[in-house]
Ligand binder design. Structure first.
Ligand code: NAI
Ligand SMILES: NCC(=O)COP(=O)(O)O
Length: 349
């Protein structure tokens, strides 16, 4: 089987995305994935010079795949910046550029020749400021672009900090999926309904089978409230919504356990028997995952008809243009996309 073609979007041009792309390709020893950037070739070449990366940026016709790929050469499907971009300085003028890179990458995945897309971070706020008032992130944008009803955000780290500690041995890679994504905390409880929860668990279950080869995934589900509601004394969502939904899922043969108190769920005894954890909201799950493996994790959108992975961090405007941003998570996102496409990927730092 030939190696997968992955479309790598630059993300927010004022952030660290462009320099991470050039660094990754310049530093990569072997390239079993065929990486094609989607973005402005001049931006990529300029950021490479700025951070001292020696790379040959080559513009291609959109959708064309080069005959050969080699370390130090970055092929690009071009998208033109709408305005000059300086590291660390956001402008609404380039929001349309960021969105176009996503559209090009999605199109290459849906219609060929890409086998998947890997996204560098974008800045949600500046895209909303530019007028896309309903924009909340790649996850929801890609759901709509691909015309599916529901998607699930899952972050995974293959090498969690705790796995290296004796007490945690036996813990497998940590995968944390979210029942809700980019919502104000105030709105979270109302967004979790029996139907939404069952849909999320079905997508998670199906894609753990489809993309990760786990025959009968065991999913641990967090409660929403402290102590999973303390029998209704600290919130009734567990009794009224979560427990009935999980009972219904078990009736359908899914292997789900919970709701478990979220503060003690992320401990070795529980994690050792889990294929994934379902957290009820963004920071309930991602704070733990990033504590365990920030910079070594990947973000995966489940439920799409295409493969999409991303980094576990944001635009890091404070680091843009300095060359100090680390490529570990981008490398992991590429590895994850390859794994999902059935391939292995080797890089070195
Ligand atoms: N996949 C995506 O598109 C994501 C986008 N974001 C967006 O990024 C923007 C900034 O978010 P923040 O919460 O400030 O998080 P952030 O991840 O950009 O920054 C948090 C801290 O981590 C550091 N950091 C981030 N990436 C790093 C790297 N590769 N190497 C070394 N240090 C790194 C930063 O310097 C900063 O101190 C927001 O607009 C957010 O929505 C956040 C997460 C993911
Ligand atoms: N914390 C993860 C995150 O915000 C990434 O969101 P998305 O842009 O991948 O939807």
């Amino acid at each position: 089987m030939s190696s997968p073609v992955l479309a790598l979007t630059t993300g927010e041009p004022a952030g660290i995305g462009p320099e991470l792309l050039v660094k990754l390709v310049a530093d990569t020893v072997s390239l079993p994935a065929r990486l094609v950037a989607v973005g402005d070739p001049d931006l990529l070449a300029e950021r490479a010079r700025m951070v001292g990366v020696d790379i040959d940026v080559r513009t291609l016709d959109k959708g064309r795949v080069p005959e050969s790929f080699s370390p130090g050469v970055l092929p690009v499907w071009p998208v033109t910046l709408r305005a000059p971009s300086r590291p660390g300085c956001l402008t609404v003028d380039n929001a349309a550029y960021v969105i176009e890179t996503l559209d090009v990458a999605v199109s290459t995945c849906l219609h060929g020749p890409a086998d998947g897309m890997v996204t560098a971070p974008l800045h949600k706020g500046i895209i909303i400021d530019a007028g896309l008032s309903g924009f909340t992130g790649h996850t929801e944008y890609l759901r709509d672009a691909c015309g599916v009803e529901g998607v699930v955000m899952m972050l995974a780290t293959q090498d969690p900090l705790h796995a290296r500690q004796v007490a945690w041995q036996g813990t497998r890679s940590l995968r944390v999926a979210l029942a809700t994504t980019h919502l104000p905390l105030r709105d979270v409880a109302d967004a979790i309904t029996g139907e939404s929860l069952e849909n999320v668990v079905h997508i998670l279950h199906t894609d753990l089978q489809r993309h990760f080869g786990i025959e009968s995934p065991h999913i641990l589900v967090c409660g929403l409230n402290p102590h999973a509601g303390e029998d209704g004394h600290l919130g009734r969502e567990e009794l009224e919504v979560i427990i009935p939904a999980l009972d219904h899922l078990r009736d359908q043969g899914l292997h789900v356990t919970g709701p478990l108190p979220a503060d003690t769920l992320f401990t070795p005894r529980h994690l050792a028997r889990a294929d994934a954890v379902l957290a009820m909201y963004h920071d309930q799950g991602l704070a733990v995952l990033k504590y365990a493996g920030f910079g070594r994790g990947a973000n995966i959108t489940l439920g799409l008809p295409i493969i999409r992975t991303s980094v576990d961090h944001g635009t890091a405007l404070d680091l843009a243009g300095t060359g100090r941003a680390e490529t570990g998570s981008l490398s992991e996102a590429v590895s994850m996309a390859c794994l999902m496409a059935g391939h292995a990927f080797q890089t070195h730092d």
